[in-house]
Ligand binder design. Structure first.
Ligand code: BGC
Length: 287
């Protein structure tokens, strides 16, 4: 543990003082994998920002309905949950059809659904490889493709936004940081970097903005074993110069900014929201 900070009783949980402003009023958003973790935090933040939201989930129906209720609490009336496995083309297309029936169009996609299936290389089965690449990479490709079709069809609606649409890909610090025992996951996130940048280059002339968020360690079920005991948490802090774990709301606020016209001149970037994890803290006193 970073002794210098441990003694100062820093707040463990981030508590932003400012409510989220309604900068996305009337915009139609789809968040994939929104029934838990980062997706849940993003969907609720977009609701606070005034967007209408589709809460996509694969297996967590009850949890997705709870997210719908939480979003309704923000004053949002247009919100519903939709089941789809983002790695399946027909299910993705059907999800967009449903969204267009309900909301008419899409302004914001947060392509977030992702999972881990960890194993040392020799034990990494093809099934584990394919599942992670299928959801984390192919799923983002399919969801981005369908959103771009609609953005191009509709073009800019100045009443709503300066841009014809916004794609936000959920990446990870592991698009940069190699991760032993997680080669499928790291490869999927490295793929997201080039997927996002290449789409951005292709569609920017249509006033479509494409960016990624690369979260570090965020307190969610996906990495529970990295934070749910004091020993694990202290070990994790060795990797985080800012000395606290991230909260889904940290990512939610970043997504609201990237989706809003406040970031209108931001194209093809990866916004690292990681408490400094990518600063290679292992080198603080070494090297
Ligand atoms: C992974 C988490 C991990 C974090 C930092 C994320 O992309 O899903 O399990 O804690 O990166 O290593």
């Amino acid at each position: 543990m970073r002794g210098i900070l441990k003694d100062q009783e820093l707040p463990e949980v981030h508590m932003p003082s400012k409510p989220i402003e309604k900068v996305l009023k009337g915009q139609k958003a789809l968040v994939t994998g929104a029934d838990s973790g980062i997706g849940r935090g993003v969907a609720i933040a977009l609701g606070h920002a005034g967007a209408d939201v589709v809460v996509n989930y694969h297996k967590g129906e009850e949890a997705a309905e709870e997210v719908v209720e939480a979003i309704k609490q923000t004053g949002c009336k247009n919100v519903f949950a939709h089941q789809a496995d983002v790695s399946q083309e027909d299910q993705v297309i059907a999800m967009y059809e449903k969204m267009f029936q309900e909301f008419g169009t899409i302004d914001i996609l947060v392509s977030n659904a992702g999972l881990q299936q960890d194993a040392p290389l020799e034990e990494m089965t093809l099934a584990k490889w394919n599942l992670v690449i299928g959801v984390n990479l192919t799923g983002q490709f399919l969801c981005c493709r369908e959103a771009v079709k609609e953005f191009k069809r509709r073009g800019v609606n100045k009443e709503v936004s300066c841009a014809a649409g916004k794609l936000i890909c959920m990446s990870s610090v592991h698009q940069e940081i190699p991760w032993a025992g997680h080669v499928n996951y790291a490869a999927s996130k490295g793929g997201i970097k080039m997927l996002m940048e290449s789409i951005s280059q292709e569609v920017a002339p249509h006033r479509i903005r494409v960016n990624s968020i690369a979260p570090g360690a965020i307190k969610t079920p996906i990495n529970k074993e990295a934070w749910d005991t004091p020993e694990a948490y202290n070990q994790l802090m060795e990797l985080i110069p800012y000395n606290r774990i991230g909260e889904p709301d940290d990512i939610g606020r970043a997504a609201v900014w990237l989706a809003s016209d406040d970031s209108d001149y931001v194209n093809g970037i990866t916004l690292f929201v990681d408490g400094g994890m990518t600063l290679y803290p292992g080198f603080t006193q070494n090297g």
